[in-house]
Structure formats: structure tokens, C-alpha cells
Design a protein around this ligand. Structure first.
Ligand SMILES: [Zn+2]
Length: 270
């Protein structure tokens, strides 16, 4: 049976899962970039939803792909958002309500299985965007493993919040800040304020001196140690999310998206 040939992917398509079989072949032949949002299903304090990290990663992934589609590259420069992975590596949150931790090995296996199949199908470039910092070490392992099995496949991965140092520095952050804090809450207010239970936003750990000695030592980036987040604060929050604003979140997300669009434009030239 002769397969019909097409010469164009429908221009409004942004999601890999919305491509047809004919379109996905064309996307592959034209060297399309694929973007995989990953997050976590884990406690995000009393004011943010459990899916905060995939919601932010998915938002950024779609914004990046949208901006790339609006660029001058046309069909040759297309990028598509893969179905997201909404579970992640969250053992450090497992004593607080709502966390579903799939652990590092399963996460690495999921990422490498997806990447292997895309590479074997003929795709050449994948960017993983993780809204959850706890996935970064496993993404590094996946990257090394892919260099062994598929050295020609370009596997990139990026965090979200950490790509916005300028906007983050402008926030009124407490000495201890991070998970469900000023930055993350601002981003969620910018994406969809209805997702934030503002009446229940409350501070968690805000001062190093309030932490127990092991928790305090874990805030030193290098050398690195880890503790479960219930040791930082009963509500699992680092920082004071009550100062978060949608405007600050727009600034942070805008900085992240701009960095990633520039990076993807370089990826697309490879
Ligand atoms: Zn988070």
C-alpha cells in the first residue's frame, strides 16, 4: 500500500501528541526539536497545588514552542511539546501530604526509554524542562547514559526557576527561601491565580538559625547533603510566599522563557 505524502504539518499544532503519523514523519525528517516538560506530584505547602512543578514546566515548554513557531524559521524550525511526565524524584517530600515519589531509578528509566525511542525513530534533539529541582541529578545520569548508547542524540535539560537569576534577585526573599516560596508562588500566580489558595499561603522556614543543625548544613550547596523537607518546616515551605505577586512571576517566567528560546534557536541550528 502506498502511503500518502504530505508537505506540511498543520501550522497550529504545538503538541507532539496532536501530530498524525504522516506529520510526525515529516517533523522527524525536518529535524524538529522536541521539548519534554517534567515535574513532580508532591507537597507544595498549604497554598500551592501538588502539581505545581509540572504546571510551571508545561507552561514554559508551551511558551517556548509558541515563540519558536513565531520565529522566522518556518516549518524547518518547528518544535513540539511531548506529553509531560507529571511524577518525579521526591523522596525528600515523602513525609508531607500528597507526595507520590517514583524515585530516581524509575525516573531515569522513563526518561531514557523515551529518549531511546525518539532517537531510534530518527529524532535528533530533545530538551527536557524540569519544574522540579529534585529531578536534576537523575537527568544528569540519563544524559551520561545516553552519551553511552546514543552519542549523536542531543539531550539537553534545564531547570525553570534557576534560569531567572535577575528577576529572582529582585524578589523580597527571606534568608531561607525556595520550595513553595516567593519565586514559585509568584510564578503560579502569573500562570493562573485560581490555582493558588492565597488564604492559606503561610511562611515556612525563613531563617538559617531556626533550622536544626543537619537541616542548616543541607543549605550549603557544596559539599551537598540532603534532608527530608519536614525537617525544615511543618508545612514544607521554604520562604514567605505571602509576598509573592503575579507581576514578579511574569518577570521570572519571561526571563526563563527568553533564555530557553535563545538556547533552542541554537539547538535548531545543529
Ligand atoms: Zn515546586
Amino acid at each position: 500500500m502506498t502511503r500518502p505524502a504530505i508537505t506540511e504539518i498543520r501550522p497550529h499544532i504545538r503538541d507532539y501528541a496532536e501530530l498524525t503519523s504522516l506529520e510526525v514523519e515529516l517533523a522527524k525528517d525536518r529535524g524538529s526539536l522536541l521539548v519534554l516538560p517534567v515535574g513532580a506530584c508532591e507537597q507544595h505547602g498549604d497554598g500551592l497545588p501538588l502539581g505545581t512543578d509540572n504546571i510551571r514546566a508545561d507552561h514554559v515548554a508551551h511558551a517556548v514552542v509558541e515563540q519558536l513557531a513565531g520565529g522566522a524559521q518556518g516549518q524547518a524550525g518547528r518544535a513540539f511539546v511531548l506529553p509531560s511526565i507529571d511524577y518525579g524524584v521526591s523522596p525528600h517530600h515523602r513525609f508531607l501530604p500528597g507526595t507520590i515519589n517514583i524515585g530516581p531509578q524509575l525516573f531515569i528509566d522513563l526518561i531514557t526509554s523515551i529518549a531511546h525511542q525518539l532517537a531510534d525513530a530518527g529524532f535528533a534533539k530533545l530538551l527536557v524542562i524540569t519544574g522540579h529541582g529534585g529531578n536534576l541529578a537523575s537527568l544528569g545520569v540519563a544524559q551520561q547514559s545516553l552519551l553511552e548508547t546514543h552519542p549523536d542524540f542531543v539531550f539537553a535539560y534545564a531547570p525553570v526557576s534557576a534560569l531567572a537569576p535577575e528577576s529572582t534577585a529582585a524578589l523580597p526573599r527571606t534568608e531561607v527561601s525556595g520550595h513553595c516560596g516567593e519565586s514559585e508562588t509568584s510564578q503560579m500566580l502569573a500562570i493562573d491565580a485560581h490555582l493558588v489558595d492565597t488564604d492559606h499561603l503561610s511562611p515556612g522556614a525563613t531563617r538559617l538559625d531556626d533550622l536544626d543543625p543537619r537541616a542548616r548544613l543541607s543549605r550549603t550547596k557544596s559539599p551537598s547533603t540532603a534532608v527530608t523537607f519536614d525537617r525544615y518546616a511543618d508545612n514544607g515551605v521554604l520562604g514567605d510566599p505571602r509576598t509573592a505577586t503575579a507581576a514578579a512571576g511574569e518577570g521570572i517566567l519571561g526571563e526563563v522563557i527568553s533564555v530557553l528560546v535563545s538556547y533552542c534557536q541554537e539547538l535548531q541550528k545543529l
